[in-house]
Design a protein around this ligand. Structure first.
Ligand SMILES: [Zn+2]
Length: 408
């Protein structure tokens, strides 16, 4: 795949495609027809996802309306209470949540949600965007099942950081949240392509093609999806001993829903899977190329050797990458995620700034070339050299990431 073809795919897919949406399906079909253009047949495999749409929401403080978006899947109704800003999750700060609508910093994770619920919050407010940017964008967030777990659903809204600052500056006040929405079971989908090898042992390649609500997701993660398309093209024309499966995952941004659904639906086949190679965010203009190995440490050394051998800079390490590699690793399959990590002041994600403008065709081509070399060695190995066992250290990190344990 040449640089012009790479950039054409970015142009063709320069639209928002959230998990479960019609645009996500449009992109799935685009990827499927790309596979067909290689003379291969891919399938679109649907999986159920909870959906909340036709959302209308109102957030008032001391009677003044503040721009907001209601959380999808948080229910419908009205809640009135004093607004409280939670500056941290220490015990003293949490005490203030009682009978309040609680405004928190950052993402609404499982533990912070549990904390505010356990301390008597009756509603919540999050904020995003950046106080120093001109835009007043507000991301469409959702109250994930994993966040709520067995707890209660609270009504919540997301606002812009500039309004959040104003509210705290003006001493908050009496708040009212009203949300109404239509909640139902919808459908997201993975696109799957098989390239049979000489043996049944399989390498699974993954990259997510969905985006968040404001984002064209060029960097996160059409870049990795293009990488997977380039790998599929390469291996459709070149011999490979291992069987290869390519999975373009849907709904990654909604909590790795596509890769989780894949691992559940294909549990029996995972026996033959020897390695997962995941691409999430490559080819940006600025930033360093990394390999995050959820595997034995030897793979880190192997990639470092390859880096020196080929004269291509890679920072390899052992760890859990927040992406579709994780459900595979959790099934005991060694996984490596490749990414080029941009400094935050040069390219950001999950907002309207994640467009082709942050991409560099030459970096895409170079990153893909390195990943193709690594993948070719693995695909043509007599026996996949990476041990199919998860070190205790990685198992523990997976427990934290997958919310089975809480970091103190
Ligand atoms: Zn991503």
């Amino acid at each position: 795949m040449n640089k012009m073809q790479i950039m054409k795919i970015f142009r063709d897919t320069a639209y928002i495609r959230t998990g479960g949406s019609a645009e996500e399906l449009k992109c799935a079909e685009y990827i499927k027809s790309f596979c067909e253009s290689l003379g291969e047949s891919a399938v679109i495999e649907p999986f159920a996802v909870p959906m909340g749409d036709s959302i209308s929401a109102e957030f008032k403080v001391n009677g003044t309306a503040i721009s907001c978006k209601g959380y999808a899947l948080c229910g419908s109704g009205t809640v009135k209470a004093p607004l409280y800003y939670l500056p941290g999750n220490d015990k003293a700060s949490l005490l203030g949540c009682k009978d309040k609508i609680v405004m928190i910093d950052g993402y609404l994770g499982h533990w912070i949600y549990k904390d505010i619920c356990d301390n008597g919050a009756v509603g919540f407010v999050t904020y995003d965007g950046d106080a120093n940017y001109k835009d007043c964008d507000i991301d469409q967030r959702e109250l994930r099942k994993l966040v709520v777990a067995d707890g209660e659903k609270l009504l919540g809204v997301n606002i812009n950081a500039k309004d959040a600052i104003k509210l705290v500056k003006n001493n908050l006040g009496e708040a009212e949240i009203t949300v109404s929405q239509n909640e139902y079971e919808g459908e997201s989908r993975n696109v799957i392509l098989d390239l049979k090898g000489e043996i049944d042992k399989t390498i699974v390649f993954t990259a997510h093609y969905d985006s968040t609500s404001l984002s064209q997701g060029a960097y996160d993660n059409m870049s990795g999806s293009v990488g997977l398309m380039a790998l599929a093209e390469h291996f459709s024309k070149n011999p490979h001993r291992h069987s290869l499966r390519f999975v373009w995952c849907g709904s990654e941004e909604r909590g790795l829903l596509g890769s989780k659904a894949y691992c559940e639906a294909h549990e029996a086949e995972l026996n033959d899977v020897v390695l997962n190679i995941n691409l999430d965010m490559i080819g940006c203009i600025m930033g360093k190329f990394i390999a995050c190995c959820t595997s034995e440490e030897k793979l880190v050394g192997y990639i470092e050797y390859m880096s020196s051998e080929l004269g291509f800079g890679v920072k390899a390490s052992q760890g859990v990458y927040s992406s579709d590699s994780t459900p595979f690793a959790d099934k005991g399959i060694p996984a490596v995620s490749f990414a080029r990590i941009a400094p935050h002041n040069t390219a950001t994600i999950h907002n309207s700034y994640d467009t082709m403008a942050v991409m560099k065709a030459e970096h895409m081509a170079e990153d893909i070339e390195f990943i193709t070399e690594f993948a070719s060695r693995m695909a043509n190995s007599a026996v996949c050299p990476v041990a199919k066992e998860m070190p205790e250290k990685m198992k523990e990190e997976l427990d934290y990431y997958l919310l089975r344990k809480r970091k103190q």
